[in-house]
Design a protein around this ligand. Structure first.
Ligand SMILES: [Zn+2]
Length: 135
């Protein structure tokens, strides 16, 4: 299935650099306990600009899912229907990621199941994060 190829900007570059090292990082506020993703210029809770990065456990749970049947991404139309699962990060369940859950049949997503991050190469030297069920 064709995947998006990330185009990092100044804000997201640390995230993508970490992904290329097979690490899942999220922003971490230095002035309060907040973790956040996607990256923002300021902390969503205390408005601080004093933000760093923290490596996560790479573990999560499936909150819910939908099945894509009318994507607007032209190059993904031939792959439909496909799963889009919402993954809540165990380190902070307010943080969500989307996943196609490779290997899981369409419409058979086990909501509540544990998942862990994996990394897929989408271009030479460029990895992206994906998620798979924990055996
Ligand atoms: Zn904060």
């Amino acid at each position: 299935m064709p995947k998006m190829i990330p185009v990092p900007d100044d804000l997201s570059k640390p995230f993508w650099d970490a992904v290329n090292e097979r690490k899942l990082m999220v922003q971490s506020c230095n002035d309060c306990p907040t973790l956040q993703y996607p990256p923002r210029p300021r902390c969503q809770d205390c408005n601080s600009e004093n933000l760093g990065w923290k490596e996560t456990s790479g573990k999560g749970h499936i909150s819910t899912f939908m099945v894509s049947t009318d994507t607007r991404l032209q190059r993904r139309v031939p792959d439909q229907p496909f799963n889009i699962a919402l993954i809540s990060l165990d380190d902070d369940p307010r943080i969500n990621f989307y996943s196609n859950l490779p290997g899981v049949p369409v419409r058979e997503v086990p909501v509540g199941a544990a998942v862990e991050v994996i990394f897929e190469e989408v271009a030479p030297g460029q990895l992206i994060h994906e998620w798979k069920l924990v055996e």
